[in-house]
Ligand binder design. Structure first.
Ligand SMILES: Cc1cc2nc3c(=O)[nH]c(=O)nc-3n(C[C@H](O)[C@H](O)[C@H](O)COP(=O)(O)OP(=O)(O)OC[C@H]3O[C@@H](n4cnc5c(N)ncnc54)[C@H](O)[C@@H]3O)c2cc1C
Length: 407
């Protein structure tokens, strides 16, 4: 049995943040990762010479995002141009007056969350009954939260929104490439899922199919569905953490990359919303970084429907939406090159966390203090959840707590 001071479970942004903090601090550390890959939901896939992010892509709240400084220090370029999300190329399918009305409906909903939040804490209850743009607001919630408004806590959404800025930058080499590159030279075991953690005297034992690990302290960074569904079983005294994890499910957001037959058909760095009257519509980023691809983004129930239909059916859906806006010749020339399916992916069960109505405080419960098992990961952040920088900060905090415990 391997004996160490600190075990880190999960090699995503939080686990890497913990590893960076613990490296060179005189403690024996082992990072144990279920998959054969480093980075978790930060994942850049190399496709036909293009680094495509299947998970995180945007350095949100970029002025205060610590990954920016890490990237610069490591020699990564940062793209600081403004995102094209807010524009509709040539106003096709979404005339300016409608864009204005839809934007106003979103702003009214958002103001209601602040000024007169529904007692239910359910974000759907802040929508006007039969509002003309309700589907539009739902679509945006799908992208932002990965879920519809019926399952979204107002207090939780606001905690993020109040702390976030509107500045979003990118890493042309891929956010996933950046995150994975920051794993320090510590012992790592990949393809090693931890199935159970049990007590053994004053030590913890991590059970894996490749043997057991004995540790004085463990930092658990797995996504909430893994804790809520028993993918990683914990001693009974952590039941409250697993219940908290169940109240912080992962919403679903997926990406789909389509290669353009004629890249000149659309300008670089432009954007289209598929159908502003449909909650399940796609958001299409055309030629990001000038590359010959369309990056489709689907959220909430739309993403769930498409993920169960499969990548080819998702591509057909995207072709249909884009064909209606840009013509059937354009749509015919789109070839599927990559797609994510985060809901079905082992070890994840979704894309990013949101609190169910009435349960914003579950984040505090999940991340609470302990003398042996420390919890990290994006869902543990009270304001920067659902992001790679939130995950990083929770990993660093857990590492600091682990060092303090061993002192
Ligand atoms: C489509 C999509 C788009 C996104 N866009 C953005 C964005 O633009 N900007 C942004 O900041 N964030 C974005 N995010 C969110 C961001 O990627 C995540 O919040 C962040 O990467 C989560 O990091 P983490 O370390 O908390 O968890 P994870 O990345 O999930 O890491 C946990 C690790 O634990 C491993 N694991 C699971 N079970 C076990 C086990 N039993 N034993 C051992 N290991 C286990 C997993 O394999 C994984 O590697 C996006 C996510 C998705 C899916």
């Amino acid at each position: 049995m391997t004996e160490i001071d600190i075990a880190i479970i999960g090699a995503g942004a939080a686990g890497i943040g913990a590893a960076r903090r613990l490296h060179g601090r005189g403690r024996s550390v082992l990072l144990v990762e279920a998959s054969d890959r480093i980075g978790g939901r930060a994942w850049t896939l190399g496709v036909q010479g293009m680094p495509l992010d299947l998970g995180c892509g945007w350095l949100h709240s970029a002025e205060r995002n610590p990954w920016v400084g890490i990237a610069e220090h490591a020699g990564f370029a940062i793209d600081r141009s403004t995102s094209a999300w807010g524009e509709q190329l040539r106003d096709v399918g979404f005339p300016p007056a409608e864009q204005e009305a839809a934007g106003a409906a979103f702003a009214t909903w958002d103001a209601r969350l602040r000024d007169d939040p529904p007692a239910s804490d359910r974000a759907a209850d802040a929508l006007p009954r039969d509002g003309r743009w309700n589907a539009y607001v739902e679509a945006l919630s799908g992208y932002i939260n990965g879920t519809g408004l019926a399952d979204l806590s107002v207090a939780d959404y606001r905690a993020y929104d109040d702390a976030a800025s509107d500045t979003n930058w990118r890493v042309p080499e891929g956010y996933g490439t950046l995150v994975a590159s920051q794993l320090p030279p510590i012992p790592v075991r990949t393809s090693t899922p931890v199935r159970r953690i049990r007590d053994d005297g004053d030590r913890l034992v991590l059970e894996t199919p490749r043997g057991a690990v004995r540790a004085r302290v463990a930092i658990v960074t797995v996504a909430t569905p893994v804790l809520a569904n028993g993918g990683l079983r914990l001693p009974a005294r952590y039941d409250d953490r697993c219940h908290a994890a169940a109240r912080l499910p992962l919403g679903l957001a997926n990406k789909l990359f389509l290669r353009l037959a004629d890249p000149e058909a659309v300008p670089p760095e432009s954007h289209l919303l598929g159908n502003p009257h449909s909650a399940g519509t796609g958001s299409y980023y055309l030629r990001p970084f000038g590359r010959p691809v369309v990056e489709g983004f689907f959220g909430g129930s739309g993403a769930a429907d498409l993920e169960s239909a499969g990548a080819d059916a998702s591509a057909a859906f995207a072709r249909e939406e884009l064909g209606a806006l840009l013509g059937s010749d354009f749509a015919r020339g789109l070839r599927l090159v990559a797609a994510s399916a985060w809901g079905q992916a082992d070890g994840f069960g979704g894309s990013y966390s949101h609190a169910l109505p009435g349960h914003a405080d579950a984040r505090t419960t999940l991340a609470g203090p302990d003398d042996r098992l420390l919890f990290a990961g994006e869902a543990c952040s009270r304001t920067d959840f659902s992001t790679a920088h939130g995950a990083l900060a929770t990993g660093e905090a857990a590492a600091d707590a682990a060092l303090a415990l061993l002192r």
